[in-house]
Design a protein around this ligand. Sequence first.
Ligand code: EPU
Length: 327
Amino acid sequence: MNTAGSALSGAEAMGAPAWEDFTAALRLQLATKTKLQREEPLAPKTTMRVGGAARLYAEPASATDLQTVLRAARASGVEVFLLGRGSNVIVPDEGVEGIVISLAHEAWATFEVVAGGAVHVGAGLRLKNLCGRAAAAGVAGFEFLEGIPGSVGGALRMNAGAMGGWIFDVVEAVELMTFDGDVKILAKAEMHVDYRHCAELHHAIAIGARLRPATVANADSIKRQMDAYAQKRHETQPREPSAGCIFKNPPGHSAGRLVDESGLKGERVGDAEVSPVHANFIVNRGHATAAEVIELVRQVRARVRQAKGVELEPEVLLYGKNWKDVL
Ligand code: EPU
């Protein structure tokens, strides 16, 4: 609590000079190839392209530097946020009061075929590249992930899925780093995963995974399957910037159909629009703000509740906040 009596948390109370001191001290402990940047704009790092800056942003170039960043944050009470490819997040307009860590450095984009047909991948590898590298190596079974615009780490955190499968279908083990900087390997059987959910990765960072595809096929048939999925996606999903599906499918329902049947396609708040192509996508028609997206989410939820009696829950993360505090 500060003297003015407002309810600022420790992290929010950290002013610019404290951030400068924290950044300077951390910089000294990191390799030069590790990026560390104050007030880094986050909108360009997300597919929705809205929102403000990270008070501090880091792209560690090694596990050692990731560990150093996490331990420094812990010691100073700085909140840590992970950013993958930014395809399932909405960044608030005021930005993020903490340190945003991205495994975007190439060191995390590894792909290696290991004994017995499994592959070992780094958390920063894009799913598109995982599919491409696997197809080139003749490893089938990852095609369903091809169109998800995320990274392996983000996909694990969300248990991302498409075309009737989700990533944990092909996971054997996940290598993670706790926010204390300790590395652990968890077998899938030790993890609690569900539709768009992985409990163990709410308080730890996936740094790599061993994946075992379900089938074996030749490169031609893998390519055909990937093309078929890509075509289906092009026909049924919008091209404009979005965060993918905005709501989870409620048990026994399709969120897209519920929003559609509530007459909401094309509904707008500023430049945020319920896509006329797929009603479970909110698209950015050019210069949307996070506030406009959030207001549209609120309106869509209210209308679906009224028209259908179903309470939709957001699937995308509101970065650094809880949806229930803004809806
Ligand atoms: N539908 C409508 N109107 C619409 C949209 C859909 O009536 O505006 C109907 C469709 O005709 C279909 C049903 O709703 O009968 C389901 O639609 P779709 O096949 O597009 O699948 P979905 O359940 O809406 C899920 C995932 C997508 C994933 C697709 C394809 C969720 C919330 N969504 O969508 O994942 O790409 O299947 O596999 O689980 C994401 O998670 O961000 C995402 C886009």
